[in-house]
Design a protein around this ligand. Structure first.
Ligand code: ATP
Ligand code: MG
Length: 410
């Protein structure tokens, strides 16, 4: 009853200037009445009015108050309009924990209209249900985080506060999935970086102990051990350099470089820097950039780093004695595209999206034996993002890989 009376009042109180329509509605309401109670008739009448109005081509038939449910007083209409317009998913609950109002953002978040549903069907997570129960029984404020599974898996934070004594509650939701994802990434990164540094450090410590103890007078092995120490120390230095370079690029992520640079000269420099490694591995570097300017807004050293890493990856992982092609590719107007193609083993399709993750390597031992830190492609991706460009990777197992650098033309 409590819900029905205001609904009828709302409908009859709004701009119903078409008396014929009202009459028709009343008649239809009265016709339905014998089927149920008098209230049923009134509700049916009201529903008919709403349906007829919706069917009529008049923009202003539905008042804001109606759209938001059953307004009891103009002030509540106003409050609910404000709640509805807030860029925040908000639910109002009655004393039994049934949803009486859901803001537009809450509709969007839940992908449906939850009004009339008890909380237990809106969310299944025990944490949020227990919080609502406590708020409605104790009146204390509660903030909980929980996993919502519908319409898709997300991590939500809900703040629940009691209203009007403990007879109602307001619940504001926030999607904190991204915060959780970043938190997890940060912790992963610290764990990975420490692990990557600890491995060569353990090797160095081990060798020093050996030289101080058992191999103290072992002249024959001394040089070998010192060689290992030097190699591992160099590896640590590379790791620290790459980490610093990554964090420097990340810090400048929002500052696009402004200098005018010629990609032709940059690619040529990367090719000449990597050609000794290519010659050693039996790879021929074939460059075909065509004619015409290849000018971009960029930071020279960073763009050099991009091509240096892509070409040295093609040499390291693309197999020996095969050509590596560095080619200009057609792009939509305003873009320049350059690909680095190898004819190596290729990469498993499921692993391709992971290549730009920090420390990700398809074959860790192989990468480490070739002096890799696993940060190269992560750095490439960040550099290109800062240049408002992107890296595309296509690979076919058994045929090879194509890494395409795409940057806006200057
Ligand atoms: N052309 C390629 N063909 C096959 N696998 C590749 C190719 N390029 C990269 N990979 C794989 O991706 C991984 C990540 O490459 P990335 O450049 O980020 O690191 P790295 O080469 O191992 O180390 P770094 O570049 O820091 O020296 C490599 O370890 C390798 O497994
Ligand atoms: Mg690399």
């Amino acid at each position: 009853m409590g819900m029905i009376t205001p609904l009828v009042r709302a409908v009859t109180a709004t701009r119903l200037h078409d008396m014929a329509l009202t009459g028709l509605a009343a008649t239809l309401g009265a016709w339905v009445a014998p089927l149920g109670s008098a209230v049923g008739g009134a509700v049916a009448g009201a529903v008919v009015v709403a349906a007829l109005r919706l069917a009529m081509p008049k923009g202003d038939w539905l008042s804001e108050g109606e759209r938001l449910g059953a307004p009891e007083t103009p002030r509540i209409v106003e409050d609910r309009t404000v709640l509805d317009r807030l860029p925040l998913p908000v639910l109002l609950l009655d004393g039994d924990g049934v949803v009486t109002f859901a803001s537009a953002e809450a509709h969007a978040l839940l992908d449906r209209d939850p009004v009339g549903e008890p909380m237990a069907t809106v969310f299944r997570a025990p944490a949020i249900l227990a919080a609502v129960e406590r708020v409605l029984s104790d009146g204390a404020d509660e903030t909980v985080e929980f996993t919502a599974r519908r319409p898709r898996r997300r991590y939500l934070r809900a703040t629940v506060r009691a209203l009007a004594g403990k007879t109602r509650a307001v619940l504001a939701l926030a999607d904190v999935s991204e915060v959780h994802r970043l938190d997890a990434m940060r912790m992963d990164f610290v764990a990975n970086a420490s692990h990557e540094l600890r491995t060569p450090l353990a090797a160095i410590t081990g060798m020093v102990e050996t030289l101080q103890g058992p191999a103290k007078d072992d002249g024959a092995n001394r040089d070998r051990f010192l060689g290992i120490i030097a190699r591992e120390a160099a590896r640590m230095a590379r790791l620290v350099d790459d980490l610093l370079s990554l964090s420097r690029i990340e810090l400048q992520a929002n500052v696009a470089p402004t200098a005018r640079e010629d990609l032709r000269a940059i690619v040529a420099e990367a090719v000449s820097a990597t050609s000794p490694l290519a010659a050693e591995n039996g790879n021929v570097l074939q460059v075909a950039l065509g004619d015409g300017p290849l000018e971009v807004r960029g930071q020279r050293d960073e763009l050099l780093q991009v091509f240096h890493n892509l070409i040295s990856n093609a040499i390291k992982y693309g197999g020996g004695d095969r050509p590596i092609e560095i080619t200009r590719v057609e792009q939509p107007e305003g873009w320049i595209g350059i690909t680095v193609r190898d004819h190596g083993e290729g990469i498993e399709p499921s692993l391709v999206p992971r290549l730009t993750e920090r420390f990700f390597r398809v074959n860790k031992r192989e990468s480490i034996s070739r002096g890799g830190t696993g940060l190269g492609l992560a750095i490439v991706k960040h550099i290109l993002t800062r240049h408002r460009g992107e890296l595309r990777i296509a690979s076919t197992v058994g045929e090879g890989s194509v890494f395409t650098v795409r940057v806006p033309r200057a």
